[in-house]
Design a protein around this ligand. Sequence first.
Ligand code: SF4
Length: 63
Amino acid sequence: MAKSCKVNDSCIGCGMCMSICDAVFALNAEGKAENILGDIPADLEASVEEAAANCPVQAIEVK
Ligand code: SF4
C-alpha cells in the first residue's frame, strides 16, 4: 500500500522539506508546508522520510 504523509499544525514554514522533496511539499497560503501530491509514490518514499527526519519541529507525519 502506498504511504501517505501529512504536515501537522506545528509547521513553522522553514522550507526544509521543500528543499529535500519539492515534488511532495509546497507552502500553502498560510505559509505552512502541505502535501501537494497525496499518496507517496514508491520512488519518493525515501526523500519523504528524509524530509520528515530533517523537519526541525517534527511536523511531517508519515504513515
Ligand atoms: S521542514 Fe517542517 S517546519 Fe519546515 S516547512 Fe517543512 S514541515 Fe514545515
